[in-house]
Ligand binder design. Sequence first.
Ligand code: ATP
Ligand code: MG
Length: 695
Amino acid sequence: MSSSPPVASTLNPAQMEAVHYLSGPCLVLAGAGSGKTRVITHKIARLLQAGLNPKRIAAITFTNKAALEMRERARSLVGPKAAKDLAISTFHSLGVRMLREDGVKLGLKEQFSILDSDDVLGVLRDAGSCTDNKIARQWQWTISLWKNMGLTSDTALDAAKDDDERVAAKVMKLYEERLVAYQAVDFDDLISMPLKLLRTNDEARQKWQRQFGHVLVDEYQDTNAVQYELLKALVDHEDEHQRGLFTAVGDDDQSIYGWRGATIENLKRLPEEFPRLKVIPLEQNYRSTSAILRAANEVIAGNPKIFEKKLWSDLGEGEPVRVAECDGEEHEAERAVARIQALMAQDARLKPSDFAILYRTNFQARPFEQKLRAAQIPYKVSGGQSFFDKAEIKDLCAWLRLLVNQDDDPAFLRAVTTPKRGIGHTTLGKLGEFSGKWKVSMFEALFSDTLAAALGPKTIGGLHEFGRYVNDMQYKARHTVGAEDAKTMLLGWLKDIDYEKHLYDSEDSEKVAAARWSNVMDFVDWVAKRCGGQIEQDGGATFEAEKKSVLDVAQTISVILSLAERGEEQDQVTLTTLHASKGLEWPHVVLVGVNEGILPFKSDTEEMTPERLEEERRLMYVGITRAQRSLLVATLRRRKKGRETVQGIPSRFINEMKLHEATNREDPKERLKRLRAELGAKVAAAAANPPAEAP
Ligand SMILES: Nc1ncnc2c1ncn2[C@@H]1O[C@H](COP(=O)(O)OP(=O)(O)OP(=O)(O)O)[C@@H](O)[C@H]1O
Ligand SMILES: [Mg+2]
């Protein structure tokens, strides 16, 4: 086997410049597939070469999956030892790390808990005394957006535009108070609290600024205001030479998280706030054929330009982009699967993982799953959170969260009632009443004498037993480290609570119960594995993965849950939303449901503003540019809408790709002529410059 090529030989001059510029802030602003992520991984290698300790290199990616992939790429460049120590994470997991180390300085307990979206909804319903899920969801949405814009409940109240927003701001205040009482944080807090920490605590600020010698950010266009401030606070070092040592890479045309508060302003602010910023454009796309890239460029040309960018490819014209008109969702799924089968039949080297089916919303996945399953082609649904959304997994996670933080009331409620242990609504109602009155958590209220007197010996006995069991488990979780012991411990716990029986009792069908139990076993393996201790084999090198306690692992799980990516690399067709496809690439892509109303997406209640349409267009651009060699765009002539079937209108984006012009330009005869001419030129060039003789 030949050794890997030296780093420099795989970078073009502009990429080289970005990689070797170490003395100040650097922004790589460039189109899709131009090697921005590659710049980040190579820059990590360069920083190590320059003598920076791997622990002092922070690389921030958009998803956990991207973080795993980045570590993988870094590993192949710098070896397993250095790669292991790199601080590669998402903004959220970096936030968890900062809060775990220093959250105490903000009044957080060491073992705080992290609420997932369901928990947040529950707390909001409670705080706003609201039984209507739709209203509570709207609050959740608004409050999250405000938090991402850096607003507090007070500033939000001042800025509120109408009565609905005023109510939401008031609920936000109550919500914030509850979280403090529960010693819990939500996802948005994972960014805003570390920022608060850096702003209010000198010692912590100096520590974290010294901790990182260089911060690298991928997909910079999708950072929101608070993330930007966090980045700025991290690199705003007191020492002038250390200040602003970061590299951000991004593409304004791929900004697709505006709806979650990401803002292109962050791109505009960088040169203003860091006058020394070096901006480096990249122009060559190494991913897609010219036919694909041209379609992408045509579509994005419909948006107003913020930054002028050029993008070209020398991978050749390639297959024309094709459009498939389908009679309905089933037919579309058939066409997609037939295409995968046909291409695999033509080229035996193709594997399922060379294909992706991309759609606008998760709801669209079902028919493709069914057809792929029927065709026995392995696939994975990524970004759909399907595994971790399952009730049994949520049950177990509630237990783990309770171990991490006994004051986590939503987790307490789920654990104490799953499986049922004879503690009913009345008892829990009483408990809730006391905990509210005394302003303590339910768990804390559980051992009070007043409650005992109010409930009577039998009922309180059951509650106490549960409380003691949780305490025991917590002790065990803290002291159990390494995969093997963790597995034994977790299995023991499932036996204690009789979870298998609970599943079989609550399911009519044994088959379903068995499938759910098998999910549970998967979950146990997965948690245990994260407790480390196994020998890892890496390019010949052998080392022990760091051992962690079950409690430590439980704490990080909430974050991983939201992204629900287990980072398994298997040979499967990828089914994913356009949002989750960002940064990835596949040789062959089928983009489905390219219809008005779906892409661009439009709900019945909402108006299509020019800004929304621009964001949808960027999504289309992201979708097209995932394809390396072929792209099939599917559109529905008829489509389901609720229970009805309605006429489907092809998306305006299909027209905007200007495929007709492209095919005209690439008339088969013309094509042949062009190819001949190209070949002729190559032959002539080779004749003029004969290759140097091998030594
Ligand atoms: N100089 C280069 N020589 C050869 N291949 C390259 C070079 N730079 C990048 N590539 C390849 O091009 C593809 C796209 O690179 P990369 O994913 O880094 O682009 P990107 O700009 O991050 O794309 P996106 O905007 O979609 O995130 C990858 O397969 C990468 O390995
Ligand atoms: Mg990238």
